[in-house]
Write a protein that binds this ligand. Structure first.
Ligand SMILES: Cc1cc2nc3c(=O)[nH]c(=O)nc-3n(C[C@H](O)[C@H](O)[C@H](O)COP(=O)(O)OP(=O)(O)OC[C@H]3O[C@@H](n4cnc5c(N)ncnc54)[C@H](O)[C@@H]3O)c2cc1C
Ligand code: HEM
Length: 407
């Protein structure tokens, strides 16, 4: 870290004032008291309406005081701005839930390895975060609030650093992976198969963050459409969203021989989460990818689950992998496939996935795996709950920044 004007940067570690810098405190630090928690929550309530401006200010001072960290971030910072704030709000929510906080910070710390984050970066981020909070909290900021935030940030930083250190002992931060196959499925969808240069352990149904050479530092999440293979390859189904940065590059530019980078696998939508023998799978668009991986996993384990798959799209031609799925259904007697098309009349089933789902069933004795656009997943989940499925039996990925989930 290089910031000559920082009172901390030029001091040796042992001379630093421990309460003045929200760095990484000792692991044995006392938990936050009720008073400290309420001081933190009260200050968040004050700055929350000013969140957008506060986050812009935070990054402005971070990059001015510590120009060394700027190259770690993407050139355009819009998405990250919102995510940092949401993470802080999530931390404030969890501040009196030690288990949730440990899980959350563990995910965050492990996930930060791919950005190149080091323990030495935390004091800088903490210093600028507190400066931004102090400025935007105005008269609501005082020495007690500052001390409570210093302690809270220190605890979070320590959890993130420890999780990252443990993770570093076990596996790489990123996995370079060469594109070995690319297939256009039409409608802006491509199937991209990569071979990681190092062994990449994941479970069917998980998702992976991915960086392309054309959009450095811009990580996005994609779900392998296959259960782990002996040759170690992974196939992604990517749809180019209108105006999309990474998805467009993946669909239109990727060629065999290109090298992508994978972050660690994430997510709990895995077969071991199923407690019932019958599975209901609901997939919209490229949400089919992790569902397809789960179906392959059922097959790998000998087909011990009866699987009902509903696969939906707006038009018949957008059911991009229907032939592949029909072939799987022909091969496996335990798999039943039904298509749902919402915006076109085609022979078969017409209607939105949640609507079609309600006509079949009952599903309350199934484990339900949902994947696709957030609105589809939310309304399918609502339909299932309405018809008696317990929330514990409904499995789906987080809708947005997955690391913000505490599971
Ligand atoms: C857990 C998880 C798993 C995912 N798995 C897959 C997958 O297997 N295949 C796949 O194709 N995508 C998947 N996604 C979505 C993917 O991560 C990206 O969000 C998507 O490819 C858009 O990225 P982008 O950089 O192209 O768009 P950005 O440049 O980030 O956004 C550009 C514009 O597109 C809009 N936008 C962003 N995402 C979407 C979207 N999904 N649909 C419509 N508009 C959008 C934004 O609001 C913005 O206006 C997954 C997302 C999550 C959270
Ligand atoms: C308590 C401390 C911190 C919190 C709560 C936090 C939170 C977050 C969150 C929620 C994200 C988005 C993750 C995602 O999209 O998957 C993120 C991204 C990032 N963070 Fe942190 N972070 C912290 C500390 C740090 C530190 C010390 C650094 C190092 C300088 C750092 C560098 C980054 C970078 C480079 C990104 C990626 C930016 C992007 O993709 O747009 N963070 N952080």
């Amino acid at each position: 870290m290089n910031r000559p004007s920082s009172p901390y940067a030029s001091q040796p570690e042992e001379e630093r004032e421990p309460t003045a810098t929200p760095a990484a405190p000792s692991a044995a630090q006392a938990p936050l008291s009720d008073r400290e928690i309420s001081l933190i929550r009260a200050s968040v309530a004050v700055v929350e309406p000013l969140a957008a401006d506060m986050t812009v200010y935070f990054y402005a001072i971070l990059f001015t005081r510590y120009p060394d960290v700027r190259p770690m971030f993407p050139p355009g910072m819009d998405a990250q701005r919102g995510r940092l704030l949401r993470a802080l709000l999530r931390i404030v929510d969890l501040v009196d839930d030690p288990g949730g906080l440990v899980r959350f910070c563990g995910h965050l710390g492990r996930d930060h390895r791919k950005f190149g984050t080091l323990a030495a970066h935390f004091p800088a981020v903490g210093e600028c975060l507190l400066a931004a909070l102090a400025r935007f909290a105005g008269p609501a900021w005082n020495a007690d609030v500052a001390a409570a935030w210093t302690k809270a940030y220190g605890a979070v930083a320590q959890l993130m650093i420890s999780a990252a250190e443990q993770d570093a002992a076990a596996r790489p931060a990123v996995w370079p992976a060469t594109v070995v196959h690319r297939l256009s499925r039409g409608h802006g969808i491509a199937e991209i198969t990569v071979r990681p240069h190092l062994p990449y352990a994941y479970a069917a149904g998980q998702y992976v963050s991915l960086e392309t050479p054309w959009c450095p530092k811009q990580w996005r999440y994609y779900s392998p459409a296959n259960a782990p293979r002996e040759d170690g390859t992974l196939t992604f189904h990517v749809r180019a969203v209108p105006g999309g940065t990474v998805s467009d590059a993946l669909v239109r530019r990727t060629a065999v021989g290109d090298v992508l980078r994978l972050g660690p696998p994430m997510g709990d939508m895995v077969l071991d989460a199923a407690v019932h023998s019958d599975l209901l799978c609901v997939a919209g668009g490229t949400g089919l990818a992790p569902i397809r991986a789960l179906i392959e996993e059922v097959a790998r384990r000998g087909g011990r689950h009866q699987v009902d798959l509903f696969f939906g799209a707006r038009t018949g031609s957008e059911l991009y992998a229907v032939n592949d799925m029909l072939r799987m259904a022909q091969r496996h007697h335990w798999l039943t496939l039904r298509g749902a098309v919402s915006h076109e009349h085609v022979p078969g089933i017409r209607g939105s996935l949640p609507h079609v789902l309600a006509e079949y069933g009952p599903w309350y004795q199934h484990d339900c795996f949902l994947s696709g656009p957030a609105s589809m997943v939310a309304s399918a989940s609502e339909t299932l709950t309405f018809h008696g499925t317990l929330p514990d039996h409904i499995h789906h990925d987080p809708f947005e920044t997955p690391v913000l989930s505490t599971r």
